[in-house]
Design a protein. Structure first.
Length: 201
């Protein structure tokens, strides 16, 4: 199953999802490609696959992306082959992507479960962005501006979770993942197998 997690920047979704994949079996985080430069101690191949804008544009032209978007003037995308390799292994995959990317996945008609993480309030989001202090004042203003627009997109999602406290936010998202795995469509084959064991008696 494909899970999408979106949230305005500064909501802490990366921390939440990194924790989520640690505490949930058979759930993998998809590593995105980006044309932006690494920030702080970010590493290529760990936080993102950092590529040049030219390489990213060539990947778009070659149809390599499941979805991609221009966020804050930088390009971000999910490579189709990375996602399908994970899904084929039988694991579920989480994409941490922005609202535009989620719309593209929805538009492509790919089955998925979309989760929106909201900050408790505008003031808390602003405090978190300033506390992170990785960005310039200009970048913080721009992120808050984009966040204003993104917050309204929550109604396009299947689930909404408020990130008030890390552990409880992670637990609630894990609950969503486990519930989705118990859906009939996901367990039908296994259930039929179990029913067949009754046929012999
Ligand atoms: P940041 O530069 O702070 O790491 O990420 C900026 C925004 O880009 C975040 O909203 C993040 O979710 C989004 N983003 C990261 N990877 C992808 C991706 O592969 N596709 C899309 N559409 N957005 C992404």
């Amino acid at each position: 199953m494909l899970f999408i997690v979106s949230a305005p920047s500064g909501t802490g979704k990366t921390t939440v999802v990194e924790r989520l994949v640690k505490v949930t079996d058979r759930l993998r985080l998809s590593r995105s490609y980006t044309s932006r430069a690494p920030r702080g101690d970010e590493q290529d191949g760990v936080d993102y696959n950092f590529v040049s804008r030219a390489r990213f544009e060539k990947m778009i032209a070659d149809g390599e992306f499941l979805e991609w978007a221009d966020v804050f003037g930088n390009l971000y995308g999910t490579r189709t082959s990375d996602t399908s390799r994970c899904l084929q292994s039988g694991d579920d995959v989480v994409l941490v992507i922005d609202v535009q990317g989620a719309r593209k996945v929805r538009g492509a008609g790919l089955p998925h479960v979309a989760i929106f993480v909201l900050p408790p309030s505008y003031d808390v989001l602003e405090q978190r962005l300033r506390g992170r202090s990785k960005d310039s004042e200009d970048a913080i203003r721009r992120r808050l501006q984009v966040a204003r627009g993104e917050v309204s997109a929550f109604e396009e999602y299947d689930y909404v979770v408020i990130n008030d406290e890390l552990e409880s936010c992670v637990e609630r998202i894990k609950g969503i993942v486990l519930s989705e795995r118990a859906r009939l469509a996901c367990v039908r084959d296994k259930a039929l197998e179990i029913r067949r064991t009754f046929d012999r008696h």
